[in-house]
Ligand binder design. Structure first.
Ligand code: ADP
Ligand code: GLC
Length: 510
């Protein structure tokens, strides 16, 4: 089979727009696929910061509303501006990387400042269903041949924002249109895009799709479920998470669907972009450092302590968190261990934003322990590099974690990850047990049970290892030598594309 043309549909991409790891993946995986011969185009909503980072190139394409394609009800015209102008696709390239993109311009839908998913008070945008229905509709049209100059072999959508693409495609193909192969990736099953059934008519979703093997989810419409039901293949971002989501505990109500489609579900671990997360060449961490010469790491620690108002103590074991502060990340366990962490001579630097209750609890901890616990509430890409490089241990005590990237960044920077054994964290970090230390496989600290006592036990292991400097350095060197490159993920993803293409054309894959 020829290398595929891939329409890669997502809602955010680093460095133009990022709320989490999804953006890092949209920046890392497409070039790795291209390096293996694929011809990849990103399709993104034209959020303001995305538009600002793209150089337009070539013509634009109108995106007709659904009625003109023979879909019952049809999608549009745009609710916000009826009978408003027709949305269109602007072709171009990401100015910084040269990556080919198509931006979906839809007056009133994406041209607003701030977070792509919610308003300043944290409430989801009221027209989220319309925003991402249009993204899905544009993807479906491109998949069936809207651009005469470029027919994708594969439509690859990411997370619930792209789920409807697969339902629309199923309808268009059933009506006789061209059939691309389809792949849907789950980055986080907990965010599903569930809307009242009343949106169906407006979004051109016929009653025929509203059933238990279609879009229906407890009497509502689920965009995530559309992606799961109507794609040829499903991937998710680690092998462990692929297993976990077929069970009730982590299945978020969709484990039954995933069990039925188990033979089409693949766990492919995310990678790390070496051009951005590499302590030797990180422009935000100067002087750089490597496993052979860790002097730059000591300097990074001193800088971090100064920057965040921690006492300048080279020997204090410095723990950090760089995270969304949400229930998922398990950070409400932290207040329960902070006092003991400080009593043992440790320090804690937290960079994050999210749940006000977690923010408050951490703020109280910082007030109780000035100079030993510091908190920076907000989202700051440059500070994230400073914090990860300057710390000794990065804490990721997640309740669930599809892949997790910060523990991978920690490994690369010799900042040993302390993680709960779940999802991608379990797949990437090996505990410093005696036997793992002995055979050289240890790379961090891993705990099993989601409770304060288990987290505390792992913290005590970190303090214990620190008292054995030679062992600490051996683990650090091993961690820094591990490679989680995008090439492996791209190779596995191409294999999934190949199988999906074979399914789509009814031929056996080679
Ligand atoms: P998730 O996508 O669930 O938030 P990941 O570990 O996959 O978790 O990715 C998180 C990404 O967001 C990483 O690149 C991390 O460095 C970054 N990040 C998280 N919180 C912040 C913050 N407050 N400031 C800067 N970067 C952050
Ligand atoms: C999601 C997950 C995270 C994963 C990221 C990128 O945000 O929460 O675990 O690393 O997607 O796939």
């Amino acid at each position: 089979m020829n290398p595929p043309k891939v329409l890669y549909v997502c809602s955010e991409v680093f460095p133009l727009l990022k709320t989490g790891g999804l953006a890092d993946v949209s920046a890392g995986l497409p070039p790795a696929l291209s390096a293996l011969g694929a011809d990849v185009r990103l399709l993104l909503p034209a959020f303001p910061s995305v538009v600002a980072g793209v150089t337009p190139e070539g013509p634009s394409l109108l995106v007709p509303a659904g009625g003109t394609m023979g879909l019952p009800g049809g999608l549009g015209p745009l609710a916000s501006s009826a009978p408003g102008p027709t949305p269109w696709l602007q072709l171009g390239r990401i100015s910084a990387s040269g990556q080919a993109v198509m931006l979906l311009q839809a007056p009133g839908l994406f041209d607003r400042p701030g977070n792509p998913y919610h308003d300043a008070s944290g409430k989801p945008w009221a027209d989220a269903a319309d925003q991402f229905a249009w993204l899905g509709w544009a993807a479906a049209l491109l998949g069936t041949g809207l651009d005469p100059a470029w027919h994708p072999d594969v439509v690859h959508g990411h997370d619930w924002h792209t789920g409807l693409a697969f339902a629309y495609l199923a309808r268009l193909v059933a009506a006789g249109h061209r059939r691309p192969a389809t792949v849907f990736t789950i980055h986080n099953l907990a965010y599903q895009g569930v809307f009242p059934v009343s949106v169906c008519h407006r979004l051109g979703l016929p009653d025929a799709l509203f059933h238990v093997h279609g879009l229906e989810f407890h009497g509502q419409v689920s965009f995530m479920k559309a992606g799961l039901q109507y794609s040829d293949a499903i991937t998710t971002v680690s092998p462990s998470y692929a297993r976990e989501i077929t069970g009730e505990e982590q299945g978020c109500g969709l484990d039954g669907v995933l069990r039925e489609r188990r033979d089409r579900l693949h766990g492919i671990l995310n990678g790390v972009d070496d051009a951005i997360w590499n302590p030797a060449g990180d422009a935000l961490v100067q002087p750089g450092y490597s496993a052979d010469d860790l002097r730059g790491k000591a300097a990074a620690k001193a800088r971090l302590q100064q920057r965040m108002g921690l006492k300048a103590q080279p020997d204090a074991l410095l723990f950090c968190v760089v995270s969304r502060l949400t229930e998922q990340k398990g950070l409400h366990l932290l207040p329960g261990v902070v006092d003991e962490l400080v009593r043992r001579g440790g320090q804690l630097a937290v960079l994050g934003a999210g749940d006000p209750l977690i923010e408050q609890a951490l703020q109280h901890a910082a007030q109780r322990h000035p100079g030993a616990v510091a908190l920076h509430i907000g989202y700051d890409e440059a500070l994230a590099h400073t914090v990860i490089a300057g710390s000794d241990v990065i804490l990721v005590p997640s309740r669930f974690e599809p892949c997790g990237l910060t523990q991978l960044y920690g490994l690369r920077y010799g900042t040993l990850p302390l993680v709960r054994a779940v999802g991608g964290l379990a797949d990437t970090v090996v505990d410093c047990s005696l036997e793992n230390l002995d055979d050289g496989s240890a790379s961090g600290f891993v705990f099993q049970d989601f409770d304060v006592a288990s987290l505390m036990a792992a913290l005590r292991r970190a303090f214990a290892l620190r008292r054995r400097p030679a062992d600490w350095q051996a683990v650090q060197r091993h961690a820094m030598a591990l490679r989680f490159g995008w090439e492996r993920a791209a190779t596995d993803t191409l294999r999934v594309y190949q199988q999906a293409r074979a399914d789509a054309t009814g031929t056996a894959s080679a």
